[in-house]
Design a protein around this ligand. Structure first.
Ligand SMILES: [Zn+2]
Length: 219
């Protein structure tokens, strides 16, 4: 309760985060907002639910991004990656081992970044998100990816709570940084996904109204 009081002026929407980037022409074809749906697959159980989730989203007309852990507790079958991309979904990289040690030191990060880059090449992945949303934006240029989604505008509940204070993508250390909304935790269970998205919708809706952009993260 005390935390809620302390964060009331920044959560769930930080004043000023609606500012648009300089020279931003707006969304294509005059669209009013963008909504991005991403999944972090964190266990064998989650891996087994990727296909039903993909089917459900296709029925509803969505396409999302599935982020897999290359050296975690499961191995990602090449057939699953291929099926996802053949159906228009994106396959991304979620950390390397998901052990909270990715940014322990620059030396260790560079070693792990080389392995992440080799998985990105092998998988044809262009996006990255770290485990636990840990980050050091100044080191991002070591990753050969087109964008990083390891930050958010504001989230006092994360281990590294300070965000980038805006919701629109920006550039940092030669990498595109795409802030994420982190309030949807559904363990990739399709039926719960719909429930959670629906019950969490006041936040995404308020963010969309406020800033015309929202990137939702489920795990
Ligand atoms: Zn994770």
């Amino acid at each position: 309760m005390r935390l809620r009081k302390r964060i009331a002026d920044v959560w769930p929407i930080m004043p000023g985060s609606e500012r648009t980037p300089e020279n931003w022409p707006g969304w294509p074809e005059g669209k009013k907002f963008a909504f991005v749906l991403t999944h972090d697959v964190e266990s064998k159980t989650g891996l087994g639910r990727c296909q039903p989730l993909m089917q459900l989203e296709m029925e509803l007309g969505f396409r999302s991004s599935f982020n897999f852990i290359p050296e975690g507790s499961y191995r990602v079958p090449a057939e699953l990656r291929e099926e996802l991309t053949a159906n228009g979904f994106e396959v991304g990289i979620h950390d390397l081992k998901h052990d909270g040690r990715l940014f322990a030191s620059l030396h260790a990060f560079k070693r792990r970044a080389a392995r992440i880059n080799s998985y990105a090449r092998e998988w044809g992945a262009s996006g990255f998100r770290s485990g636990f949303m840990l980050r050091n934006l100044d080191w991002l240029h070591n990753l050969d990816v087109q964008y990083d989604a390891s930050t958010f505008d504001t989230d006092p509940f994360e281990p590294q709570p300070e965000g980038c204070k805006g919701v629109k993508p920006s550039s940092h250390s030669g990498c595109r940084v795409r802030p994420s909304l982190t309030r949807l935790t559904v363990n990739n269970q399709p039926s719960i996904l719909l429930q959670t998205v629906t019950s969490s919708f006041p936040i995404p809706c308020r963010r969309i109204r406020h800033s015309s952009y929202c990137c939702a993260r489920t795990r």
